[in-house]
Design a binder for this molecule. Structure first.
Ligand code: ARG
Length: 493
């Protein structure tokens, strides 16, 4: 009976958590007007437009764009919800109707306008060349023979490509986030980067060993709000934006964000062979990283429980002796074991909206993928566990007239589960560590939190090492808990 309780409570926990996730997602899934919350998506790597303020553990995205978005939403009577992605994922997010609008210092271009709509321009910017002090790189032709960094998917990337076409010998390096670009200059892996003036200015102020020069021929390019094609929000947004321009609200925000320095200083590269480690620099950000733990645990718990249920079903299909079912279950297992988990994750996350129209949240996509994947692995373990249970037992049960399913449920499965407990613990540990993969689709769990801190401060070793420590402690705790459980099960035998 005890085992039944375990099963029952597992199912209860799963149901509860699914409903929680489902609820939080229903806030996000709204995509047409006639709702009270607008969802904005941004790429928070762009101080002072949008960046993470990690001090004191706050998981807050702040900045010029965020203040404008808040004002707009408030004036139009909406609540605002903010999601994040790397810059190159913003337009796809709009196309998949994952968000109502983008504010990310995004410049309207004819190519982009083919796929999305833009508001009027709310701020102007020019490109600059950022480089180590004294490099004196002032115009495109100065970049000849240099390695130049740009953010992937931006007009800076396009511009750099144009320059590279014109002047041979320029080597481009595309990176996902702007702080990474800056860090690459500082560590000498690239010679220069093309970055917008206001952003470059902040980084140069925070890093006195960098300089920036505005590219002279450049005409100004502006930032505008982006919407899914045909969005009915464009007009009301334009109206309020124009009002904000006229009544000085916008200028006030410009003064607020563009006069202070919001970029964090980067660590200078240590002398060759020197060690440059300083954990005190991440002290204020430790609560921020720690807040990734509940999400990681929730994720693991859910995937393991659901995976166990799914794995059990699959294993039964494999041994029940009905050929087509066995065949399907085997094929399923071989596909899920035969392809990379990371690929499955990306497929589920990006393809679900396209195929089904359902806007699956990153967390849901993660749980679904990990359940499908670990179900495949667990089905094999459970199958082995079932087959290892003494044949005599099932024969005895059958001869007493106990129906097959009842016998499975009451006699065989509980014993099989007990036998495979160590293997299940292994699977759980594996899932806990693999949960770091969901950082790639924007879930801010432990690893992603550490990367955000690293990107803000240009230090990678300390936050990553700290994240490693957290994972290790979690796995250790789990291992200890599991061996205690196993001991108790043995004693109760
Ligand atoms: N204005 C440029 C563009 O539209 C760069 C914007 C980058 N924004 C960001 N949040 N990283 O391509």
């Amino acid at each position: 009976m005890k085992k039944k309780k375990i099963w029952l409570s597992t199912i209860l926990v799963v149901a509860l958590v699914i409903s929680i996730i489902g609820h939080s997602n229903s806030l996000k899934a709204v995509s047409s007007l006639g709702k009270d919350t607008l969802t904005m998506i941004t790429s928070p790597d762009y101080p002072p437009y949008e960046f993470y303020d990690t001090k004191g553990g706050d998981r807050q995205i702040v900045g010029f764009d965020i203040d404008i978005a808040k004002t707009l939403a408030q004036k139009l009577g909406f609540k605002l919800q903010i999601m994040e992605s790397d810059f190159n994922g913003l337009i796809p997010a709009l196309q998949a109707n994952r968000a109502d609008f983008v504010m990310a210092g995004m410049t309207p271009t004819p190519e982009r306008q083919k796929n999305i709509d833009f508001s009027i321009i709310y701020y102007e910017a020019k490109d600059t060349i950022v480089a180590p002090k004294g490099s004196n790189l002032k115009q495109p032709q100065d970049l000849l023979g240099k390695k130049v960094g740009v953010q992937l998917g931006t007009i800076q990337e396009q511009n750099a490509q144009k320059i590279a076409k014109k002047f041979a010998g320029i080597q481009l390096k595309q990176l996902n986030r702007v702080p990474e670009v800056v860090q690459e200059i500082k560590s000498g892996r690239i010679d220069a980067a093309i970055i917008e003036d206001t952003v470059a200015k902040g980084f140069a102020q925070a890093n006195p060993d960098l300089e920036f020069n505005t590219i002279p021929s450049e005409e100004a390019s502006g930032s505008a709000i982006a919407f899914p094609k045909g969005s009915s929000l464009v007009e009301p947004f334009n109206k309020v934006l124009q009002q904000m321009k006229n009544d000085g609200t916008l200028n006030k925000l410009v003064a607020k964000w563009f006069s202070q320095n919001t970029a964090e200083p980067a660590l200078s590269t240590p002398a060759k062979g020197g060690l440059n480690l300083d954990f005190t620099r991440i002290l204020p950000d430790i609560p921020f990283i720690l807040r990734g733990i509940p999400l990681t645990l929730l994720f693991t718990l859910l995937s393991v429980s659901l995976g166990l249920i799914w794995g059990t079903i699959l294993s039964l299909l494999k041994i029940i002796g009905i050929k087509p079912l066995t065949w399907v279950a085997n094929a399923y297992t071989s596909v899920f074991r035969g392809t990379p988990l990371l690929l499955q994750l990306a497929l589920v996350y990006y393809a679900t909206p396209q195929l089904t129209g359902y806007d699956i949240s990153a967390l849901q996509a993660g749980v679904l993928t990990f359940t499908l994947n670990s179900g495949a692995y667990m089905s094999e373990t459970i199958r082995g566990g079932i087959q290892a249970v003494d044949k005599g037992q099932s024969e005895a049960a059958m001869s007493m007239g106990v129906p097959y399913w009842l016998m499975m449920w009451d006699v065989i499965l509980p014993q099989a589960l007990k036998n495979i407990l160590p293997a299940l613990v292994n699977e759980t540990i594996g899932l806990l560590k693999d949960s770091a993969l969901v950082s790639t689709i924007g879930v801010v769990e432990i690893l992603r939190s550490a990367q955000i801190v690293g990107a803000n401060k240009y230090i990678y070793f300390e936050p990553l090492l700290f994240a490693g420590l957290i994972y290790y402690v979690l796995v250790m705790g789990m291992t200890l808990g599991a061996s205690a459980l196993e001991r108790r099960l043995r004693e109760s035998e």
